[in-house]
Design a binder for this molecule. Structure first.
Ligand code: ZN
Length: 173
């Protein structure tokens, strides 16, 4: 399993709902969680690892806290409120971050990895992470949400970052 880097096509694809929670999916989830920790990310959506299905994992508890991976299948934002500007980054856009305005609190419904319905009400970092990951599942990367000026700056900077990291090629495996 690997993380696809912006602007790979898979990141622009709207993910399809998960229909079967089976053994293969459990293994896929375990691999995603492991990869998220290895990459030191707060969240990872299935499209980022090449599967356009509606599923993400996150852990915003911080590096000193015990691991607390949250798995959400078929998430739906049911309410958003407020507005907050904060720095945001993405495992598919390494070595880059930018300030982005988003609703400050959310309510989300979905299913856990056992298929049990869950409701999460969150604000702060958790709310931001949930919105960021659901965006991925809708084919949106956070850099797509930047203002036109910031986007232009990103477009200029990004090829240089890719070249330096030698990440330009999303080699298909
Ligand atoms: Zn991301």
């Amino acid at each position: 399993m690997k993380i696809y880097v912006y602007p790979h096509e898979i990141l622009k694809k709207k993910a399809e709902p998960v229909r079967n929670i089976d053994g293969a999916l459990q293994q896929f989830i375990d691999e995603m969680v492991e990869l998220m920790y290895r990459a030191k990310g707060l969240g990872l959506a299935a499209n980022q690892v090449g599967e356009a299905v509606r599923l993400f994992v996150m852990d915003v508890s911080g590096s000193d806290a015990p691991l607390n991976p949250v798995v959400v299948i078929n998430p739906v934002l049911t309410a958003v409120e407020g507005s907050e500007v904060a720095e945001e980054g993405c495992l598919s856009v390494p070595e880059y971050s930018a300030k982005l305005k988003r609703p400050s609190s959310v309510e989300m419904k979905g299913f856990d990895r056992q298929g049990k319905e869950i409701v999460i009400e969150a604000d702060g970092l958790t709310a931001r992470c949930i919105q960021h990951e659901i965006d991925h599942l809708d084919g949106i990367c956070f850099v797509d949400r930047l203002s036109s000026i910031k986007k232009a700056m990103f477009r200029k900077k990004w090829p240089k970052i890719l070249a330096e990291l030698d990440l330009g090629k999303n080699d298909e495996e």
